[in-house]
Design a protein around this ligand. Structure first.
Ligand code: SF4
Ligand code: SF3
Length: 544
């Protein structure tokens, strides 16, 4: 196997025997083969689009879901990948049958026939490997992989929008264009670079679509204190990013004496009016995703994983962790959707059987719910505070969390920001500091939680809104972006920020292994991307 799509890739180069994430060589091979099939589908879909045809939205939904399944820490179940592969083969043949003329010289994956046996699939997967073509130019490989990882991230956001009934054809169509481009030998490094920027803009549309889906379905988030301590009684912990799964579970547990805790990226759910109205959405449990094995150990309640980040379940909680949607782990119970409905009875019964926490802890809360709607409604007051010198600078400290020690940088950075600065945060990286007291500036808390990683859209809207009010560009604002990345959603967000011309981003804890030195140089030259150094050094440079 060879995989280098995430930040914890072994040795900062690539996982070759097994993944640091828990992915084994078999699953890695099946994922490679699925991406190979997606490239074939992309090629045919792109030809259809060039001929002015449209592609059925159910097919595009499948493409996004299959793509999402290969994202880090989502699915580890070989059987699920075999199902995806078989469906991909059908989709490919279906699209081919709609195409008038298939060009004569097509890439091999277009006419590849999926074998029946897993053994043969594993054999075939070799030619789908990232490093299979040893002669490929390093910069072309780097940009092709960057695009694929961006697509994986966008696929997650398209999936969440889709389950709420929100679809955008332009977003859907880019999956075909993007995958087709990774097969096109006529594209130069410049062409591919430009395509990643085009992709960044499409991903912005996708995040905007998801923002619309979430806010039109569940209301605009409002500032909300969230309990971070335990309450007596049976409970279910809901992790991942999917608000619809949480909503459905809240409906099905209503009045059953079960408390629902959010976990990881589900924390911002507490700010949505249509979710917070459920009194048994009681609080937030635990820290960031990488602490789950320790925190779920012998937990007297259940866990529902709606998306990444899933780690290998320990035996002590394997009987009480459930997956749903795209997530999977072999032999872990999976809640399937049937006729558009999910039946959460097994997890509800198990939670009741386990009995839950036996006593209340002394209460502590944190504040969430600072989406673009609320922050921009305060724009005048914020700008006044800036003009009067009460607010000197804004820091967006956001992105993914992870297990590496280098990530303490983000905790220290947040702690060292001066008292006259505001910290905006989003995604799961916030767990490094979101339970600390940063105090207030006038009526504003110094720490404003904008939401999940996809709520980078909120950050962008806020930055554009402030720039507009101050009649300057985002790059001229007293704002610095201090980003941490781990998986491929961070890749699509970074490409969006760059496509908007946002400069001087600090990126860490390490740089992506799939970015070649030449591509990195382009990013430095064009956007002045900076690897993080130390909080003191970086703060000194930023605050002059
Ligand atoms: Fe390694 Fe990350 Fe790939 Fe897992 S997803 S195999 S940790 S590079
Ligand atoms: Fe976190 Fe896995 Fe990326 Fe949505 S949950 S940000 S790492």
């Amino acid at each position: 196997m060879f995989c280098y799509q995430c930040e914890q890739t072994i040795g900062g180069k690539g996982c070759t025997k097994a993944g640091n994430c828990g992915k084994d060589a078999e699953v890695a091979a099946l994922q490679d083969l699925l991406v190979y099939e997606l490239k074939g589908i992309g090629f045919i879909g792109n030809e259809l689009l060039k001929q002015g045809k449209s592609i059925d939205k159910e097919i595009s939904k499948f493409v996004a879901d299959a793509c999402f399944s290969t994202l880090t820490n989502v699915n580890f179940d070989p059987e699920r990948f075999i199902c995806f592969l078989k469906e991909a083969e059908k989709v490919k043949e279906n699209l081919k049958s709609q195409l008038k003329n298939l060009p004569s010289n097509v890439p091999e994956c277009v006419n590849y026939k999926l074998p029946n046996s897993k053994e043969q699939m594993l054999q075939d997967a070799k030619k789908a490997g990232i490093m299979y073509d040893q002669t490929l130019d390093a910069n072309i490989r780097s940009l092709r992989e960057t695009l694929i990882y961006g697509l994986k991230g966008m696929a997650a956001y398209a999936h969440h929008a889709h389950v709420l009934g929100y679809i955008d054809e332009e977003v859907n169509n880019f999956f075909y264009k993007g995958f087709a481009a990774t097969l096109d030998n006529s594209l130069s490094v410049d062409d591919l670079f430009n395509l990643t920027m085009e992709f960044g803009k499409i991903n912005l549309k996708c995040m905007e679509l998801l923002d619309k889906a979430n806010t039109q379905t569940y209301g605009n988030p409002v500032p909300t204190p969230v309990l971070i301590t335990k309450k007596k009684g049976p409970f279910i912990v809901v992790s991942g990013h999917d608000l619809k799964d949480l909503y459905e579970l809240l409906v099905q547990t209503d009045g059953k004496g079960i408390n629902i805790y959010t976990h990881g990226e589900m924390l911002p759910a507490h700010g949505y009016p249509e979710l917070k109205k459920f009194k048994h959405l009681i609080g937030n449990f635990g820290g960031a995703w990488q602490d789950q094995q320790k925190e779920f150990d012998n937990l007297p309640g259940c866990i529902l994983m709606t998306t990444n980040c899933l780690q290998k379940p320990r035996d002590s909680y394997k009987d009480r962790i459930f997956t749903t949607s795209i997530v999977g782990w072999p032999q872990v119970q999976h809640i399937e959707e049937k006729n558009g409905k999910k039946d959460f009875t097994p997890i509800i019964n198990k939670a009741l059987e386990l009995g839950g926490f036996t006593e209340d802890e002394p209460e502590k809360t944190i504040l969430v719910g600072f989406g673009h709607n609320i922050v921009l409604s305060l724009a005048d007051k914020i700008l006044d505070a800036v003009k009067q010198g009460q607010i000197r600078h804004f820091f967006l400290i956001g992105g993914c969390d992870g297990a590496r020690p280098g990530r303490n940088y983000y905790t220290e950075f947040a702690q060292k920001t001066p008292k006259d600065t505001i910290i905006l945060t989003l995604a799961c990286g916030k767990y490094r500091f979101n339970k600390m007291d940063f105090g207030t500036i006038g009526e504003f808390p110094r720490l404003l939680d904008l939401g999940q990683c996809n709520d980078s859209y909120s950050a962008i809207k806020i930055a554009l809104g402030l720039a507009d009010a101050l009649k300057c560009t985002v790059n001229d604002l007293p704002l610095s972006l201090i980003l941490s990345w781990y998986e491929q959603k961070a890749v699509c967000i970074l490409l969006t920020l760059l496509s908007l011309g946002i400069k001087n981003i600090y990126l860490g804890p390490s740089l992506p292994a799939f970015i070649s030195p030449d591509v990195l140089q382009v990013l430095i030259d064009k956007f002045n991307i900076k690897p993080i150094s130390t909080p003191d050094e970086d703060l000194k440079v930023i605050l002059g």
